[in-house]
Write a protein that binds this ligand. Sequence first.
Ligand SMILES: Nc1ncnc2c1ncn2[C@@H]1O[C@H](COP(=O)(O)OP(=O)(O)OP(=O)(O)O)[C@@H](O)[C@H]1O
Length: 674
Amino acid sequence: MPELKYCVEVIEAYKFYNRKAALNKFSMKVEEGTVYALLGPSGCGKTTLLGALVDRVQLDSGLIKMATKSTSEIGYMPQEVALYPEFSLKEHLMYYGRIYSMTTVAILSKSEELREFLHLPPLNTIIKNMSGGEQRRVSLCITLLHNPKLLILDEPTVGVDVVLANNIWQNLLYMSRNEGKTIILTTHYIEEARRSNTIGLMRNGILLTQDSPGTLMEFHNCDNLEHVFLKLCEQNLEGFDNYDENAEVKGHERKPGKHLKKTKILNVHCVSAHILKNLYWMRRNIPHMLFTFALPVIQCVLVSMTVGETPSKLSLATVTSELPKGIYECSESIWTKPLSCDLNDVPFSCYIIKKIMDASISITQYASLEEAKRSVKKNYQWGVLYFNKDYTASLKERFSLDLKNDTIMENSEIKIWMDNSDTVISGILKTTIIKSLFDFIGELSDKCSWQTKGAALPIGYEEPVYGSYETTYRQSMTPANAILFMFYFPILFTAGALITEKSSGLLSRGLVAGLSWLDIAIGHMVLQYIILIVQLIFVWIIFYYLFSNIMIGDIYLCLLLLFLVGTCGMFHGFTIVAMCDDFTSASCLAFGRYFPIFLMSGAVWPVEGMHYVLKIISIYSPLTKAVEAFRAVSVRGWTQYHPTVYSGMITVVVWTVIYGFITILFIKFKGIKL
Ligand SMILES: Nc1ncnc2c1ncn2[C@@H]1O[C@H](COP(=O)(O)OP(=O)(O)OP(=O)(O)O)[C@@H](O)[C@H]1O
């Protein structure tokens, strides 16, 4: 193999973003042990080039040759400081040191050495308590930690004062001269670039020239680099007509492969580094962790206490014409004693009203029907019950099966006028009134041998096959709530934690340092599963111990289903992270997805009542079958061998795989911004 002449050589590199060239036939050569400053205005393609050098930007065409073959021999410093504000300097160095497979002793001794070299504060200083300049030097310190041969630094002096910039330059020159390191850096500042061995002047993705600062000034007959740059820009503008029109076509002819040795798909050091970093994060973010654990408690308690319990303190107006003085005329014994068969003097309306009042509905007596109706219009009452003056007599006649007599039929009816504006409340009142009436009729027939069958509905509800007639709406909603919560908590945490790292450049920095996506995913999953298990325990205790919802099936099967749903939520979180670049778009996507999935899961309204198109979508949506499966196990006691149960589990697993696949596609084709 012929000996490589340069430490880094870029040959005719092209990179296009939205048909615009960020690198246009770009070529450069960097000699070993030198400082190479890439100089150019904002947006000329400097970061893109550095990204290509560290294999984070895929060139459309061209070749990169490097004496350095692995990421572990490169130290990359991104443009943003890319640090965890709440971590200490030592925690950062431990994290990156582990990624580079260094021992704890080696990390600590190198940390101390670098701290002195870069004049950094003590190792236990928290990053957010450091000045901007100190943070930038911490970033450089991380870059130097594993003693790399090649340093790639994106604007190391941007935004720092002159003294600090001078200090950084001194350090860089020292390392190149005395330690033989090759340093490639980008800068906007022309004068500071004078101190480098070679300057590459760049504009619109093109390298205008490269040489030593002295040679450039001499050759172009200028006394400073600014004039050289302006002169070259003018020449470049004149020659702009010679711009290669077919550059884009050429650029797409062949895509070069990666030039650095592929990071291991799974590296134990990297996974342990990521887990360690997550543990630091948990320790440093106690309020956030408390909120993460408090969220399921608050949500479950709130939903159990607000939705689905039968409304109480509802009130109805009554007009009882058979009692001229109203219910005050009802005998005292009716309110205190059980039903007696000696009913001769007691109007039936008294008993029925008592039954309704026993069902926690308050009754207000009105003198006339008009007055009672007015009270409903004024929103004082939810409805009017009207008992005819011949109500009791007619009901007795009705019991005698004289059903052909219209007057008797009419007079034995309780007339009801309802405020139907709230269908839930009016539905509850209707059910209560009907139940009270039939309870009364039932007691009459049981205890007093009255012929009441004719007045009863020809229907008999026997012992339910599953559930009970006392099941509240809250209880029937619980399977859906448990599934939805266990899906959404992991989405929120995964997307929240990783998007912050992605948008601040931390993920990108970790990837350049040697982490693989799988290392990141596994490191995150360990933390997420710890949280998921705690959340699962809270959800379970609140729903099934505190609020005594129905659980007659296999508890372990239910827990397994919730665990699978949680995993699916976490993978959905990964998809969001892969698709979005910032917190705003990630939260829009997460919340935008929540409502349709919630509605289509059948949690609020049965799937059978949906529009037929949505019904089809609902069946294939991630949670519908899981909700059915959870309900089947918890309320019906079905096992994993029942199709409803295993199809629910399979759907969740399939969706987890789909989310994983979409995530991989996005990572592969969209990549991650440096
Ligand atoms: N991921 C991306 N998607 C679309 N366009 C991009 C992307 N990254 C860079 N660009 C575009 O490519 C061009 C070069 O960008 P680059 O960040 O490399 O410039 P730069 O010289 O580093 O700028 P600065 O000095 O301001 O950091 C710019 O026009 C930029 O908008």
